[in-house]
Design a protein around this ligand. Structure first.
Ligand code: AMP
Ligand code: MN
Ligand code: MN
Ligand code: MN
Length: 276
C-alpha cells in the first residue's frame, strides 16, 4: 500500500533536517511517495530526489509559495513542479528577495522591545541565507529563554500586533498559481483551516483559487483537527478540487505530526495523486 506525505520542510527553508535526513526518516516511517515543499525555494530537491530514488521511494518535486491574498498570508503548495522553469525560478527568487529586508525589520521591532541582536541570532539558525524566516527567529528566541518553546515565541513576539511581526507583501495568488502551472505543476492550497477567514471568504478563496487554475486543497494536514479533515473534505468536493495529504513536518520534537503519520482522506475525496 502506498503512503503519501506531500508537504514537509528541510534545512533549505525552516526544517531541522537536511534533505537527505528527511528522506531517510520518511523512508523509515513507511512513506512511499514523498514531496519536499520548502518555503519559496527548490534548492533541496536535487539531493532529496537522489536519496529518495536510492531508497526506492517515489519523489515529488514540490515547493510552498508564500502568498498575500486579501491582506492575509496564505500558502500554496506546488507538486510536480519543474524547479528549473524560468517562470517559477524567477518568481521564487523575487519572493525570497523580500525576506532579507523583512528579517531586518523584524529585528528592529524586537530591538525596540528590548531584544537586541536577533537578525544575527536568527541567521545563525538558518542554513540558507536567502531564507531567514520567523521560525529561525523563534528558535533563537526560545533558545535564549524569551519563551518556553517555539510556539510560545510565536504567540508572544511573531504574530500580528507583536513586536517582531512585520506585515509583508508576498506573491499574489494569481502569480503563485501561474508560476506553478507554467512549470508543469499542480497547485494545492495549503492548510486552509489555519487561515483566519469566515465561511463567505473561504468560498471566495476556493472559487478564486479554482478559477485561477488551482487544482487541489490540503484536506488532511498536520495543522488540521479531525473535524477540519471532514470540513475541508466537503469543501474540496463542493469546489471540484482534489484532496492532498501532508504532515507539514519541520523537525523532530517541533512538529505535531511526524512524516507519514496522518490519517487517510475522508470518504468521497478524490486524491490529488490521481493527477500524478
Ligand atoms: P514565515 O514564512 O517566515 O512567515 O514563517 C512561516 C512559518 O512559521 C510557517 O511555515 C511555520 O513553520 C511557522 N509558524 C507559523 N506560525 C507558527 C506558530 N504559531 N507556531 C509555530 N510555528 C509557526
Ligand atoms: Mn515553515
Ligand atoms: Mn505553510
Ligand atoms: Mn509548510
Amino acid at each position: 500500500m502506498s503512503k503519501y506525505d506531500l508537504h514537509c520542510h528541510s534545512t533549505r527553508s525552516d526544517g531541522l533536517l537536511k534533505p537527505r535526513e528527511l528522506v531517510a526518516r520518511a523512508s523509515e516511517r513507511g512513506v512511499t511517495v514523498l514531496a519536499l515543499t520548502d518555503h519559496d525555494d527548490t534548492g533541496g530537491l536535487r539531493e532529496a530526489s537522489a536519496c529518495a530514488e536510492a531508497a526506492g521511494m517515489q519523489f515529488v518535486n514540490g515547493v510552498e509559495v508564500s502568498v498575500t491574498w486579501a491582506d492575509q498570508t496564505l500558502h500554496v503548495v506546488g507538486l510536480h513542479v519543474d524547479p528549473d522553469h524560468p517562470a517559477l525560478a524567477d518568481g521564487l527568487a523575487r519572493v525570497r528577495s523580500g525576506r532579507q529586508r523583512r528579517a531586518e525589520d523584524m529585528a528592529a521591532g524586537l530591538a525596540q522591545a528590548g531584544i537586541p541582536g536577533t537578525f544575527e541570532g536568527a541567521s545563525a539558525y538558518a542554513t540558507n541565507p536567502a531564507l531567514v524566516g520567523r521560525t529561525h527567529f523563534a528558535r533563537f528566541l526560545a533558545a535564549r529563554g524569551y519563551a518556553r518553546d517555539v510556539g510560545a515565541v510565536f504567540r508572544r513576539y511573531l504574530t500580528a500586533g507583536r513586536p517582531g511581526y512585520v506585515p509583508h507583501q508576498w506573491a499574489s495568488l494569481e502569480e503563485a498559481v501561474t508560476w506553478i502551472r507554467a512549470s508543469g505543476g499542480i497547485a494545492v492550497l495549503a492548510h486552509p483551516g489555519r487561515y483566519r477567514i469566515g465561511n463567505l471568504q473561504r468560498e471566495e478563496l476556493l472559487g478564486c483559487f479554482s478559477d485561477l487554475g488551482g487544482k487541489g486543497v490540503e484536506v488532511v494536514t498536520g495543522s488540521h483537527t479531525p473535524e477540519q479533515h471532514i470540513t475541508w473534505g466537503h469543501y474540496a468536493q463542493r469546489f471540484g478540487l482534489f484532496a492532498s495529504v501532508g504532515s507539514d513536518f519541520h523537525g523532530p520534537g517541533e512538529s505535531l505530526r511526524d512524516l507519514g503519520s496522518l490519517p487517510p482522506l475522508p470518504e468521497g475525496c478524490r486524491p490529488v495523486w490521481e493527477l500524478f
